[in-house]
Unconditional design. Structure first.
Length: 253
């Protein structure tokens, strides 16, 4: 068997796709691309696909990860191209590597998010961030499977800052566009806890501490996942696999 690890993106309108629908799209694409999948045993066999920390519905991402097991070896780059072609636009396979030693979940500890807040002045946003970071605990309400619970959003926030880049967005209100809306931009590094603290929980925390309420819905994108290094940055979870993969030697002439 061969185990491959894939990094894929969820972009555009497909950010509103649920994880279940993404999984179904991948399984269809694996069949369409003729990938020699390994299957589980039992009455109802399933392809051996393992998802790692899927992004919430409504959130875009450039760093989603999945593992697949095959019954015989293939060229990872050839598989990436074929699978990417078989997937709908907006689900894009960015990288495929052969799995090395260790597990992928143990290499993922936190996520880096970009959160765009149309209609929020960056100076006001900076004050709210300062207030949040000054607190030791900021509890927000979350609807979970077992009902509503209060979770500490502050404990998961490793780093939170207002991007120096300021965008002007165009929003649609009523029948026409409303140009010239300033957009505050947050960059957040959030530790993956249980339950997971999501971008909307960070925004809820800003509302709790500073009464910050964006006039239009925020747009969140996951930029990276990985382990935290000594500087608080995120390591690339696929780097050990690339290092463990032997180089391809030229065939003898």
């Amino acid at each position: 068997m061969q185990k491959l690890r894939l990094r894929y993106a969820k972009r555009g309108r497909l950010r509103f796709t649920s994880h279940r629908d993404v999984a179904r799209a991948f399984e269809r694409a694996l069949r369409r691309a003729g990938v020699p999948m390994a299957y589980s045993q039992g009455f109802s066999p399933h392809p051996k696909v393992s998802w790692i920390g899927a992004a919430p519905t409504g959130v875009a991402s450039e760093a989603e990860y999945v593992e697949i097991q095959l019954v015989h070896r293939v060229d990872p780059e050839v598989l990436r191209v074929e699978l990417d072609t078989a997937l709908p636009p907006g689900l894009d396979v960015l990288e495929a590597v052969e799995a090395g030693p260790g597990t992928l979940p143990e290499r993922i500890e936190a996520s880096r998010w970009r959160i765009e807040l149309p209609g929020v002045d960056p100076a006001e946003l900076a004050k709210a961030v300062e207030e949040l970071l000054a607190r030791e605990v900021v509890e927000v309400e979350r609807l979970l499977k077992d009902g509503r619970r209060m979770i500490d959003a502050r404990a998961a926030v490793v780093d939170l800052r207002v991007d120096s880049e300021v965008e002007t967005t165009t929003t649609h209100v009523g029948d026409g566009p409303q140009p010239g809306l300033r957009c505050g931009i947050l960059t957040a590094v959030v530790r993956q806890t249980t339950p997971t603290v999501r971008p909307d929980d960070v925004l809820s925390a800003l509302r709790v501490v500073a009464d910050l309420v964006p006039p239009v819905p925020a747009k969140a994108s996951r930029l990276a996942q990985g382990r935290l290094d000594d500087s608080g940055d995120l390591t690339d979870p696929l780097a050990p696999d690339r290092e463990a993969t032997p180089p391809v030697l030229d065939a003898p002439r």
